[in-house]
Design a protein around this ligand. Sequence first.
Ligand SMILES: Cc1cc2nc3c(=O)[nH]c(=O)nc-3n(C[C@H](O)[C@H](O)[C@H](O)COP(=O)(O)OP(=O)(O)OC[C@H]3O[C@@H](n4cnc5c(N)ncnc54)[C@H](O)[C@@H]3O)c2cc1C
Length: 379
Amino acid sequence: MKHFDVAIIGSGPSGASTAFHLAKKGISTVIIEKEKLPRYKTCGGGFVFRGRKNMPFDISNVIEREFNTVDIFLGKKLHFQTVRKDPTITMIMRDSFDNLIVEEAKKLGVTLLENNKLTAITFKDKKAYLTTSETEISASFVIAADGALSPTAKMAGWDKETRKLIPALEYEVEVPEEDFNRLKDEVRFDIDAIPYGYAWNFPKKNHLSVGVASTKKAKINLKKYYQEYLKTIGITTILKESQHGFQIPIAPRTDGFVKNNVFLIGDAAGFADPITAEGISNAIYSGVLVAEAISESNLHLEKAKELYLEKLEAKLLPEIKTALWLAKWFYEQKTIRNVMLKKYGQRFSEAMADIFHGERSYPKDIKQAITKKIKELVF
Ligand SMILES: Cc1cc2nc3c(=O)[nH]c(=O)nc-3n(C[C@H](O)[C@H](O)[C@H](O)COP(=O)(O)OP(=O)(O)OC[C@H]3O[C@@H](n4cnc5c(N)ncnc54)[C@H](O)[C@@H]3O)c2cc1C
C-alpha cells in the first residue's frame, strides 16, 4: 500500500492550495478527488481580492472578467458604489480555476487520484488508512477539503452537524446580446432580493452567473426569488440556462477542527464569510494555514494540531465570529438596518470593499459601534 505524508480529500480551492503549499516544502502529498478534472462546481465564481492578491502564481489565464467597481442595491431607492484601483472581485469559472491550482500543485510533485471517491477511513498506529472507489492508501495526515457535505468529516467522527448551512441557488444564464451588453460590466448585489439574503449578478466572459442566497435555514422558494430577480435586472428573455443549487456553510463547526489524523479546512470546516457567503478566499487561506502547521511541526501530529488551531485563532476564527454577529443583525433587523444604511450605506459599502481587499477585517467592537450609531440616530 502506498504511503503519503499527507492525503487531501477534495481538489477545490482549499484542498488544491494545501497541496501546492505542502509540495513546495517537499512534503509528499496526494489529492483524492471523486470527479474527473476539470469539474463544474456550483459557485458564483466571484473571487475577492484578499484571496487573489495572495495567490502564489499567475491566474490571468482563468480570469473571465475583473471588477474594480462594485454596486450594492437595497430595493429601488438605495444604491452604493465602490471603486478601487485593484479588482475588488475577479470572475472565474470554478472548473478552470480549481484545475489551475491542481496543475500548479502537480508541477511541484503532488499526486492526483481523480475519479477516486473516498469511501472509508480507519486509524491505526498513528496512521490513517484510506479506501477509495479505486484504491487504498495510507497517510500520516488527512485533510478534509471535501466541501459542504464533507463525507470525510462524517467518516472521521464529526457525527453532529454544528455548522450553519444555508441554501443557495445559482444559474449560468445566456441572454440576448443587448441584455448581455447592458449587464456585462456591472457586478451587483441586491440586498433583500430574497428574505434574509441577497441576489447577485456576476458577469462572466459570455454569460451571466445569477443567483440568490438566504441566510435563513427555513424553507424558502429560491427559484421564485431568482425569477423575480431576473425581472429586477431587466431580463425577460433567456437563451439558455442551467440551474445549480447547493449549500454554503457560513458558521464554523463548534465541535473542533481536528480529530485523530484529520484536519478540516474550507467548507468542510465552515469557513465561508457569514455576511457574503464568499467562501473561496477563506478556503484557500485555511489551506495555507494547515500546510504551514504541518510543515512547521516537521510532520509531528500533535504539534501540527496545536499549530493549526493557534493559526485559526489568530485571525480567521475571530473574524468569522464578528461577522456572524453582524450577519444576524444585518439580515434580521431590517428596519433599523435600513435606517442605518440610509445614513451610512456608503461607509458600509466602503468598509465591505476594504474587507474584500483584505485591507481591514470586521471590527472586533462591531456590536458597540452599531449600538452607538443607533443611539446617535434615535436620540
Ligand atoms: C450557489 C453558490 C454560490 C457561491 N458563490 C461564491 C462566490 O461567488 N464566491 C465565493 O468566494 N464563494 C462562493 N460560494 C462558496 C464557495 O463555492 C465555497 O466556499 C468553496 O467552493 C469552498 O471550497 P472548498 O475547497 O472548501 O470545497 P469545494 O470547492 O466544494 O471542493 C470540494 C471537493 O471535494 C470533492 N469531494 C467531495 N466528496 C468527496 C469524496 N468522498 N471523495 C473525494 N472527493 C470528494 C468534490 O468533488 C470537490 O471537488 C458559493 C457557493 C454556492 C453554493
